[in-house]
Design a binder for this molecule. Structure first.
Ligand code: FAD
Length: 436
């Protein structure tokens, strides 16, 4: 099925075109930066901004450098779907390597991370269309339903995380498609408007005194005795601590981090405005959604309930909407043929960061603090981990996490360019067709 673009079509995130997003944050003038600060943060997405807020509130001077506009990495390109992301933890593999107790601790902390972000947004009164709408995860193959139920039962033994079984007979109450073989509703999952959340964080960080410098890439960091010297476009600055918060955009100056991250492009499309009936024919309860495919698709209504935002795999090098938009449209209309005549208003992509063990990592490497590798489920985790690295910089016990002990591994000869991805994608495509 061919995707038809509307006359308003834009190759940019829907979130940024939304007129209800507050005015952009005005960048701190780099010429006015002091010679030294307590902490330099590299990366102006959720991780970096969340760290900045905790640090400035504790009285530390903070300069945050963002290569593009604040949030222009994944944080304003995301689907904004929010949950504890247990599914991304690769629990079985981790249990074999590290034992049950350690893995159960990460599961419990994933729920704490989610609860904390919901609390934080409400407590700070960040207007970001937070809605605890629940998530429906459909079984994409007949064999997957039992696995979904089993997983929910296993989780229930470890954490208080409600899950509701939905049989195939009843699934149209959750998703207007017969393409699934039943599924599970996680009623406590939710959604946010990510650009509004990002703006809210920027405003708090600025108000509290963080120096947020946009369009200013960091070129390199050198350590001299106990101090870092950070080189950026147009100057350098000394700092006692450095935080690397670059996730899927980790580049050349941070080769040791880059070698531990597998950057993967993820893409989304947004339909034109549709009737309320059409939206409800897709998502009767206005939840967020996904399936059990390996090459997963995820989707949700826009916060105003007028569009379907549909995301999944992107193709090729760089941002190639001409390739991923038709693929996503085809995926969407295979699930929901009723959307066949819907036009596409927006298509965009961004980078997520996988790790070799499917676990997000937080720690210190070469004296620099870092948090990254959220494996595509980073809205909750990045905000929470940003706060945790800040607490570690402050020397607080609260900065400890259940994720601290996982070694951040690379592979021999891997330099950060995932040459193996096309083969893995082909394998997943094949496995999806077989229903494995
Ligand atoms: C299309 C898409 C859909 C997604 N959907 C979801 C979802 O529904 N739910 C979910 O939980 N997660 C989702 N994610 C993942 C989630 O958005 C990310 O995990 C999260 O935003 C990561 O935040 P971050 O701050 O760590 O990284 P980012 O927001 O990527 O920020 C890193 C920043 O570092 C900057 N940077 C890099 N190098 C330098 C340098 N040398 N100097 C200065 N700055 C530098 C980059 O410009 C970038 O802005 C999605 C991601 C994408 C791309």
């Amino acid at each position: 099925m061919l995707a038809k673009h509307s006359s308003n079509y834009t190759n940019a995130p829907y979130w940024l075109a939304d007129k209800t997003v507050a005015a952009p944050v005005i960048s701190f003038n780099r010429a006015e930066l002091p010679a030294q600060v307590d902490v330099v943060i590299v990366g102006g997405g959720f991780t970096g901004l969340s760290a900045a807020i905790t640090l400035v509130r504790a009285g530390r001077s903070v300069a945050l450098f963002e290569a593009g506009d604040l949030g222009s990495g994944a944080s304003t390109r995301t689907g904004g779907m929010l949950g504890p992301s247990f599914g991304k933890l690769g629990v079985n593999g981790l249990e074999r390597q590290y034992g049950r107790d350690q893995v159960h601790a990460t599961i419990r902390e994933s729920l704490v991370a989610f609860d904390w972000l919901v609390y934080f947004i409400r407590d700070e009164q960040i207007d970001c269309d937070l809605s605890i709408c629940g998530r429906f995860r459909g079984a994409s193959h007949p064999d997957h339903y039992a696995g979904l139920v089993e997983q929910a039962e296993e989780l229930a033994k470890i954490v208080d995380f409600p899950a509701i079984e939905v049989s195939r007979e009843n699934q149209r109450e959750e998703a207007g498609t017969d393409a699934y073989y039943g599924g599970i509703v996680y009623p406590t999952d939710g959604v946010v408007h990510p650009a509004k959340l990002l703006r809210g964080l920027c405003q708090i960080a600025r108000r509290e005194g963080a120096m947020l410098v946009e369009n200013c890439p960091v070129h390199g960091v050198e350590k001299h005795n106990n101090r870092f010297e950070v080189g950026f476009s147009g100057g350098k600055i000394a700092a006692e601590h450095v935080i690397i918060a670059t996730n899927g955009y980790t580049g050349g100056p941070f080769g040791k981090f880059k070698r531990r991250i597998i950057p993967i492009r993820s893409a989304m499309i947004a339909t034109e405005e549709l009737s309320e009936d059409m939206i409800k024919s897709v998502s009767p309860k206005l939840r967020c959604h996904g399936g059990t495919e390996r090459l997963v698709a995820y989707y949700r209504p826009s916060p105003d309930g007028r569009r379907i935002l549909f995301g999944g795999r992107a193709f090729g090098r760089g941002d190639q909407p001409g390739r991923y938009a038709p693929y996503l449209f085809d995926f969407m209309t295979r699930l929901f043929p009723q959307l066949a005549s819907a036009k596409i208003d927006y298509a965009w992509s961004g980078m997520i960061a996988y790790t070799f063990d499917h676990v997000p990592h937080i720690g210190v490497m070469d004296g620099m603090h870092y948090a990254m590798g959220y494996c595509g489920s980073g809205v909750g985790r990045s905000n929470y981990f940003g706060r945790k690295i800040a607490q570690r910089v402050l020397g607080l016990d609260e900065g400890k996490t259940a994720f601290d002990d996982f070694p951040f591994k690379t592979r021999p000869f891997y330099t950060g360019k995932p040459w193996f991805l096309p083969a893995i994608m082909k394998w997943h495509e094949f496995a999806d067709r077989q229903g494995w």
